[in-house]
Ligand binder design. Structure first.
Ligand code: COA
Length: 394
């Protein structure tokens, strides 16, 4: 039996959020456009003293309280909101978490797909050498121009996954379906700190990639729709996944209906509704949401996961939920994290948004404490980012 896969999964998001009702009032829109039309209730907002490194280290922290940090053999860090063109964000995380020097670190990029590329690479590393313990981290900050259609679909977050040969959470099955096409639906040139997106086009390309990846999966593995208990999708906004699953059912020759949609994927949307888009992490926010909020016991059931990264790559893969998965989830602390976030006024959201840009262009800046997370960005001195561990005695 294949036991390679996710042994632990841990989430982290910023400790601040903007309510979409306040967003709608400030932008002169009907709030139902966001709650119903996009499937979003809130968005997590990054404070100036957090970035993809602190999101990632804070996400991985609970795993490394449970497992010896010195046992980690590799860190695969996926992001499309990189902070440096050369140094991997994973190297900063390696230092903050006190990992062994006998460890490899690399940063991977392909828009929102990179988390899945990292996960599949990690699983293959373990298949080759069963003693590998790979820390896969997907960490991103979704930022669009103020006043643009994308602004409503911002958010941020990180997911850390321990990938080993003891897949307590999800055993990854071999054989996946995939699709690549060179398109310009979403991109961020080096000189910009916000993404450019052709939103309507990107939703069309997403559905095209889904169709081809699904067909390639079911043909190569001789599977059909009924072989799946639940589905998780990349979540640029919740409604995208609902549309995707409706399309999938149509391709499978079935009629989409609300009861079926709620049953097979409703629980996967709950965390994203309040966190917003976390790019490479969002599919794994969806998986965690599914496992932690679905009222049925999903042990030994097959989950289908569709990963999409603009530009574009789509991959449909499958996993079998561990028999005792519920006792290995960090469900209570995830619920505490989401419930304890502080609501921002629209003007404070704008202030955080503007400070993000200033921090990214600074070579000499000291940052006041905003975050309640363990790790924070404390300063940039001589072009070097400095991080602080708020639990370490000074
Ligand atoms: N009540 C209920 N629904 C409403 C509504 C209201 N008052 N007003 C609008 N809506 C619905 C629309 O009908 C539409 O639904 P549909 O797509 O099912 O037709 C939805 O809300 C969005 O409205 P729309 O006018 O299309 O929004 P928009 O022009 O602001 O753009 C996106 C929406 C998604 C294209 C935009 O937010 C975007 O570009 N986001 C980024 C997408 C992305 O990240 N892509 C990259 C990776 S996949």
């Amino acid at each position: 039996m294949n036991t390679v896969g996710i042994q632990r999964i841990s989430l982290y998001t910023a400790p601040y959020y903007l309510d979409m009702d306040d967003f709608a009032a400030a932008r002169g829109e009907d709030p139902e456009k966001f709650h119903v039309g996009l499937g979003q209730d809130d968005m997590s907002v990054l404070p100036p003293d957090e970035d993809i490194v602190t999101l990632a280290a804070n996400a991985a922290d609970p795993i490394l309280r449970e497992f010896d940090p010195k046992s980690i053999t590799a860190v695969l860090f996926a992001t499309e909101s990189g902070i440096d063109q050369s140094k991997s964000a994973g190297a900063f995380v390696h230092g903050l978490l006190g990992l062994s020097n006998r460890c490899r670190v690399v940063e991977l990029k392909h828009a929102c797909y990179a988390g899945t590329a990292a996960l599949q690479m990690a699983a293959n590393m373990v298949r080759v050498n069963a003693s590998e313990k790979v820390l896969v981290i997907a960490s991103d900050v979704a930022r669009y121009e103020l006043g643009s259609p994308g602004e409503a679909t911002q958010g941020c977050g990180a997911v850390a996954m321990l990938v080993t040969n003891q897949a307590d959470i999800l055993a990854l099955e071999t054989g996946t379906g995939y699709y690549t096409e060179d398109v310009m639906d979403f991109w961020r040139p080096n000189y910009r700190d916000t993404a450019l997106v052709d939103g309507k086009y990107s939703t069309m390309v997403y559905l095209t990639a889904l169709k081809h990846a699904w067909q390639s999966l079911i043909e190569s593995r001789n599977l059909n729709y009924q072989d799946f208990a639940r589905f998780c999708y990349h979540l640029p906004f919740g409604k995208m996944a609902v549309k995707a699953h409706g399309r999938l059912m149509k391709i499978a020759g079935l009629e989409a209906n609300d009861d079926e949609l709620t049953h097979v994927m409703g629980a996967s949307l709950i965390y994203n509704r309040t966190v917003g888009n976390s790019y490479s992490a969002s599919l794994y926010f969806g998986l965690t949401s599914l496992l932690e909020t679905d009222t049925n016991n999903l042990a030994n059931q097959r989950i289908g996961l569709f990963s999409y990264g603009s530009g574009c790559v789509g991959e449909f893969f499958t996993g079998i939920v561990g028999k005792d998965y519920q006792s290995h989830l960090y469900q209570a602390s995830h619920h505490r994290l989401l419930a304890s976030r502080e609501k921002l006024s629209f003007s404070r959201y704008l202030s955080f948004y503007k400070q993000f840009g200033e921090v990214e262009r600074s070579d000499n800046i000291e940052l006041p404490v905003y975050t309640k997370g363990r790790f924070r960005l404390s300063a940039i001195r001589a072009h070097k980012r400095q991080y602080a561990d708020q639990q370490r005695p000074r």
